[in-house]
Write a new protein. Structure first.
Length: 161
């Protein structure tokens, strides 16, 4: 009887445990092409080597920093072609940082609007609620734009109770 040998590499569940990336997400990354398709055992199971594990760590780190799939694809393409330019990576990183800073500014503005809305609420057991009223106001920003909500009490600090 022939001996059964353990294939070199890691099964997808082990890769998931080592990287913290969900098994379905790993498969998704393979489908969209940012993770190469790994070798398979005779039984059809995926087998990941250390290079693929390293690549998955890279992708996870990029995603954790908020890089888009497209940005990660571009970075990996440079790595794969071995024409990596630190200047190009720096340009991408600075662009991404600018977008992150803009999101932070937008979130701070959103927090201010929510804070204003909450500050005019009496928290009473009455049917009138200035928060609900403010949410129903269009404010001239158009539907679904996520713009500030207009409310005379919120827009004019002097009108606040």
């Amino acid at each position: 009887m022939a001996a059964i040998t353990k294939p070199r590499g890691y099964a997808i569940g082990r890769v998931s445990a080592k990287t913290g990336v969900n098994v379905e997400t790993i498969r998704y990354y393979e489908r969209i092409g940012i993770m190469p398709k790994p070798d398979r055992t005779r039984g059809g199971n995926r087998v990941y080597d250390s290079d693929l594990l390293k690549r998955l760590h890279f992708i996870r780190r990029c995603r954790g920093l908020g890089f888009s799939i497209g940005e990660i694809r571009t970075l990996l393409a440079m790595v794969d072609r071995r024409d990596l330019s630190c200047n190009e990576v720096h340009r991408m990183t600075v662009g991404h940082l600018s977008a992150v800073r803009q999101k932070i500014a937008d979130l701070n503005q959103l927090a201010g609007v929510l804070d204003d809305m909450a500050s005019v609420c009496s928290r009473g057991n009455v049917p009138e609620c200035p928060i609900i009223d403010a949410l129903f106001e269009s404010g001239g920003h158009g539907e679904g734009t996520g713009g500030d909500v207009a409310n005379p009490q919120l827009d004019n600090p002097a009108a606040r109770p």
